[in-house]
Design a protein around this ligand. Structure first.
Ligand code: MN
Length: 228
């Protein structure tokens, strides 16, 4: 095949402890999947279920890579999240077989222009400029489920400059991983290479240039990002 301009490189994420890489197809995200975070955003999780949005695949940033502070915001927020990597695609995936579609897990940061998000919310506009900007999706190396099993519980935490900001347990997710995979696959045909950011717990807040972010989930590689 002959392209008229050079094709964009294939975005990918490292596989932990291996020289191999996971090719990223799409990045889906779950909004308000922890009750305390929904409340800190001014919403009632008992009345509104979680929902989906997305980021472009090339928003991924490798662990340890400096992240440039994005333009057009003065309120960049951290959201530390469990990331699910899809290995086998499908539509209308049944709940009881959903985990068979999961290749593995990683730690991710859903970086958010919070000022743009609130402006979009107030004006009934899409979230793309708030969520889908360049370098908005740092992700640690993926750990295969074949090696570690599946994650239902475990600490999820984030420190900024050594100070605790977010701390919760994966068991507090409103939609579990199988529920997310099953529900998302009713909207989109999931494909191998899809990443799903599963939502952030409470404690989100602003970061600025020079800040050092360290985030972890029990059993996964720690994510380390500096804002420059
Ligand atoms: Mn998020």
């Amino acid at each position: 095949m002959s392209f008229v301009i050079p094709p964009s490189p294939q975005p990918s994420v490292e596989i932990a402890g291996s020289g191999e890489r996971f090719p990223v197809h799409r990045i889906y995200c779950v909004g308000r999947n922890y009750a305390k975070h929904a409340r800190e955003m001014g919403m009632d999780p008992d009345r509104e279920p979680p929902f989906f949005f997305s980021k472009p695949a090339d928003a991924v940033v490798a662990n340890g890579t400096p992240v440039p502070y994005p333009p057009r915001t003065s309120n960049l927020h951290h959201e530390l999240e469990l990331v699910v990597a899809i290995g086998t695609g499908g539509s209308d995936i049944p709940l009881d077989s959903a985990l068979a579609h999961v290749y593995g897990y990683a730690v991710g940061l859903d970086l958010t222009r919070r000022d743009q998000q609130f402006a979009a919310r107030d004006q009934g506009r899409p979230w793309d400029v708030a969520k889908g900007f360049d370098h908005s999706a740092p992700v640690s190396a993926i750990r295969p489920a074949a090696e570690m099993g599946h994650l239902e519980q475990g600490a999820i935490w984030l420190e900024v400059n050594g100070e605790p900001r977010q701390r919760a347990n994966l068991s507090e997710m409103i939609w579990s991983v199988p529920e997310i995979v099953a529900e998302l696959s009713t909207y989109f045909e999931l494909r191998p290479g899809d990443l799903i950011f599963t939502g952030t717990p409470e404690g989100v807040g602003p970061v600025t240039r020079g800040d050092s972010l360290v985030g972890g989930i029990d059993g996964l590689e720690t994510l380390r990002i500096t804002i420059v």
